[in-house]
Design a protein around this ligand. Sequence first.
Ligand SMILES: [Fe+2]
Ligand SMILES: [Fe+2]
Length: 214
Amino acid sequence: MKVDILEVRDILGIRKYWKGVDSLEIEEAYELVENSLSPNRLQHTLSVVKWALELSKKHGVEEKKAHLAALLHDLKKEVDKNKQLEYAKKWGIIKFKEDLENPHILHGPLAAYWLEYYKGYKDKEVLRAIAHHTLGAPGMGILEMLIYSADLTEETRNYPQVDKLRQSLYDNLEQGTLACMEHTIAYLKKTKRPIHPQTRLAYEDLKRRTQFAK
Ligand SMILES: [Fe+2]
Ligand SMILES: [Fe+2]
């Protein structure tokens, strides 16, 4: 079943953000996701767009960049896992041995690489936000934090602390992102799953920076 993207945009109230955004890149990005994602994933993606735009207005992040990064963050999520692994090896995207054990974390870096080298996207900030939306990364900038966190807390996410995390992100993007990371790490520990080294590095780095900023 194909989702009518204009209808979904209307349902989610995104059209109001869309009006006045005269950008070929954004129009193209909508086409890309519409042709790459299943209805459920598309709904998630549009919810990330909506929340990322709200947070970008609140925290003074450039809306077009937030719009593009949110739209494209899961672009390669539904590519067959073996293919993801094959392309990640071919494109030199594997950084940790843990990447090989968890191919589901590769879709961000794969999308960023593909957009840069096959579609000619140039904006490094947008590309980094897409690449790092699953694991985070040391030295995250404001757009990276925003997409990482919006992905975890968009309106269709439903877990006990999600409202608290949303409020925290709305109040302070850095502190909110740190809270999102703490939540993810605690969840991984609780479910006895390994913490990826890049997530550890991202968390330690952000914790140091937020403490320093106090
Ligand atoms: Fe993702
Ligand atoms: Fe996502």
